[in-house]
Design a protein around this ligand. Structure first.
Ligand code: HEM
Ligand SMILES: *[C@@H]1O[C@H](CO)[C@@H](O)[C@H](O)[C@H]1NC(C)=O
Ligand SMILES: *[C@@H]1O[C@H](CO)[C@@H](O)[C@H](O)[C@H]1NC(C)=O
Ligand SMILES: CC(=O)N[C@H]1CO[C@H](CO)[C@@H](O)[C@@H]1O
Ligand SMILES: CC(=O)N[C@H]1CO[C@H](CO)[C@@H](O)[C@@H]1O
Length: 515
């Protein structure tokens, strides 16, 4: 029997390894994979993620993808195992079809989402006495006095930074609904705390790239002691989480100790729903493995679920209110039209001896102009406009004319959908009349008729869409029933190309005037 030398053995192994790698990394993805039939915006896309990662790293993803769709069609391949789509038909398959969220969303927890979706429904919010009482306090006792004071002090050479103020309004609304007004953030009045919080938030936000796009590389380097994300990002994260946990624990304690005698504004609606959800699972003993780890520490699970709501609901809503005010401030005629509509509320929201009446939600949601300017703002400046990645199910599925294997990352983005020329002629132009048919918009019908996707769609769409719409309508109605706004300084108002696109300057300075 011939003895094989080490050399003779190693050579074929190397050769086989090279051939297998060539097949696995080049031939299979570029030629044999079913994905090979799908157009690519760049020749490297079928064998490498470099093209799309580079766009992401440079924060140019939205415009890059939009241009790619314009060039190559509605379904394109942007990486060896990644597609981007830009049609309502594909969206129906993917999002309404319940494809799983990609692990990219690891930043979110969402174990308890199904326990609280009820309290975020439109009918629940509209009927909630607690929400109404909280809105009354936030608008009457916090927001309007701040705006009114900016008028009186005539501190107008600089105006007031409404972007920061609107992020505060959003935080106050969401934290009051979660924790009750007593433990809500009072960012509207407490400017120093607000600015500190927003700074921590901005710190954490800029550093998602490595952990989200290259988790394995990040972890591998991390175990060698090399960090791709600076330590102060972790420190900022810990501080934000600790802040949220403290408020959440306080709300839980309040519920346990004073449950029966709580004021309606103090009721922590979301905490209450989550607590009840965990109690129910404990009794039924039906907890899944994920949930049973949560059961061991429900306080921590509740805080971390709510942390998602706070992070997802604050800047998005703030951005929408900022761009909306920016457009209104450019047209006194539009402000006048809107005010006329607002004055039709019964009772109306004008200030009487320093207070205004709160509107009935039903009436508020039937104001076509108010509805249309909000929709148009979210269309043109989708606050969460970036791709929403999902994963195709195994073994495969059909997207358009293509058979797509399971495990493929696939996304659509509001940024591109909202710029489809067919659905929205002259898409860069902000024009609320797109949503008015014969002067009447049909709240609730917009999704069927148009490519509106600002809150995504399907089972994993935005949890807080109704809450956001409600809060934004109340805020705009309260302000424009009583004040007129003018731009003082809008330098840097252009939106950044990020998952949550905000004004480049992170600011907008307006001056308010009593009407
Ligand atoms: C104008 C304001 C807002 C916009 C434009 C917006 C938009 C979005 C979008 C596009 C998504 C991604 C959905 C997907 O991946 O398919 C999302 C997710 C989410 N949003 Fe909002 N959002 C807003 C306000 C809020 C508010 C006020 C809350 C408060 C509860 C909230 C809570 C969430 C949560 C928890 C998720 C994750 C849902 C899940 O993973 O199942 N959002 N939002
Ligand atoms: C608004 O309501 C007040 C009562 O709160 C009323 O006096 C006033 O006339 C109303 N304004 C308009 C324009 O309807
Ligand atoms: C607005 O400011 C004026 C003083 O300039 C004050 O008399 C009035 O009570 C204030 N209204 C509110 C709602 O704060
Ligand atoms: C304080 C204040 O600005 N009040 C105004 C509220 O709005 C009505 C009409 O829109 C004015 O008449 C009030 O002066
Ligand atoms: C969120 C968003 O719209 N970001 C950017 C997308 O690309 C356009 C066009 O290049 C930019 O102007 C936006 O700021």
């Amino acid at each position: 029997m011939a003895i094989i030398s080490a050399e003779e053995l190693i050579c074929p192994i190397i050769l086989i390894t090279i051939l297998l790698s060539l097949y696995h990394y080049v031939l299979e993805p570029a030629i044999f994979s079913p994905l090979a039939r799908i157009p690519t915006p760049h020749w490297t896309c079928s064998i490498s993620d470099a093209w799309i990662l580079y766009a992401r790293f440079r924060s140019r993803e939205n415009r890059t993808l939009q241009a790619a769709h314009a060039k190559c069609g509605q379904i394109i391949r942007v990486g060896p195992r990644e597609l981007s789509v830009n049609s309502m038909e594909a969206i129906k398959t993917i999002y309404q079809g319940g494809f799983d969220k990609h692990s990219w969303y690891a930043v979110f927890n969402n174990f308890g989402k199904r326990m609280v979706s009820n309290v975020y429904s439109k009918s629940y919010i509209g009927a909630s006495v607690s929400q109404a009482a909280q809105s009354d306090i936030i608008l009457n006792a916090r927001l309007l006095p701040v705006i009114n004071a900016s008028v009186s002090r005539n501190q107008t050479p600089h105006g007031i930074d409404v972007h920061s103020l609107f992020c505060a309004v959003a935080m106050d609304f969401i934290s009051a609904y979660c924790f009750g007004i007593r433990y809500s953030a009072n960012f509207i009045q407490n400017k120093a705390h607000r600015e500190h919080w927003l700074k921590l938030y901005a710190t954490r936000k800029g550093y998602g790239f490595f952990s989200q796009e290259l988790p394995r590389l990040s972890n591998a380097l991390g175990s060698l002691g090399l960090r791709l994300t600076p330590q102060w990002v972790d420190i900022a994260n810990r501080e934000l989480e600790t802040w949220c946990k403290k408020l959440s624990d306080a709300a839980i304690r309040m519920l346990r100790e004073e449950a029966s005698e709580l004021d309606s504004a103090d009721d922590p609606v979301v905490v209450r729903a989550l607590l009840a959800g965990y109690e129910k699972e404990k009794i039924r003993g039906t907890a899944s493995p994920i949930h049973s780890t949560n059961m061991l520490n429900p306080e921590l699970s509740i805080a971390s679920e709510i942390f998602d709501h706070v992070l997802a609901g604050q800047e998005t809503t703030g951005v929408a209110l900022t761009y909306l005010s920016h457009h209104l401030s450019q047209s006194l005629d539009l402000q006048k039209e809107l005010r006329e509509e607002l004055l039709s509320l019964r009772p109306n929201m004008t200030l009487k001896r320093g207070r205004m009446a709160m509107p009935e939600p039903k009436q508020l949601h039937h104001l076509p102009k108010l509805h249309s300017i909000i929709l148009e703002t979210i269309r043109r400046y989708a606050p969460a406009g970036g791709p929403e990645p999902r994963v195709t199910p195994f073994p495969s599925c059909r997207i358009g004319q293509y058979e797509v294997p399971g495990g493929t990352r696939i996304s659509a983005s509001a940024y591109s959908l909202h710029r489809d020329e067919q659905a929205y002629p002259n898409p860069e132009h902000w024009d609320h009349t797109r949503w008015l048919v014969d002067g009447v918009s049909s709240p609730g019908q917009e999704v069927a008729g148009k490519q509106f996707w600002g809150f995504s769609s399907g089972g994993r769409m935005c949890l807080g869409s109704n809450f956001a719409m409600h809060g934004m309508k109340l805020t705009i109605a309260a302000i424009y029933s009583n004040f007129t706004s003018h731009i003082v300084n809008d330098k840097g108002i252009e939106q950044t190309d990020m998952y949550t696109g905000h004004p480049k300057s992170n600011a907008l300075y307006l001056r308010y005037e009593r009407t």
